[in-house]
Design a protein around this ligand. Structure first.
Ligand code: FES
Length: 137
């Protein structure tokens, strides 16, 4: 609730290293995550979410969790990790946390393409979306 009523890191990063925009097919909500990456470390993360309260809270928590992480550790910020950090979400809101993981990975992918960096275990956004759909069942 705290991350819903007082979301952290709302906004944009002008010179972002990677930007990920994803939409949730189930509800039509949209999330955009901006990452600033310097020396292989996430130095800043911001988001814009046009969606439900749970999507706002999960993007707020996801951006908090990735700040200060090394690039390869960002993949550990999964929808489960975000939900745990939020002390859980109602079952009908679990798909909202998938949006945060998807947006993070899309932003990482964007960074990896722009900076020509290989990130072990990172899939292109379309593959990620497919996996999340399966996870969601
Ligand atoms: Fe759409 Fe939560 S209902 S992201």
């Amino acid at each position: 609730m705290d991350h819903f009523t007082s979301p952290r890191n709302v906004g944009e990063i002008e010179d972002a290293s990677g930007v990920g925009t994803v939409g949730n097919a189930k509800c039509g909500d949209i999330m955009k995550i901006f990452l600033k990456i310097e020396n292989d470390t996430v130095t800043d993360a911001k988001f814009k979410t046009f969606g439900c309260g749970a999507a706002v809270a999960t993007s707020s928590m996801a951006t908090e969790l990735v700040k200060g992480k090394q690039v390869h550790d960002v993949l550990s910020v999964t929808n489960k990790a975000v939900m745990e950090a939020l002390d859980g979400l109602p079952p009908e809101k679990v798909h909202c946390s998938c949006l945060a993981e998807e947006a993070l990975q899309a932003a990482l992918w964007d960074y990896s393409q722009k900076s020509n960096v290989h990130i072990e275990g990172l899939n292109p956004p379309s593959d990620t979306e497919h996996e999340l759909e399966e996870d969601d069942e």
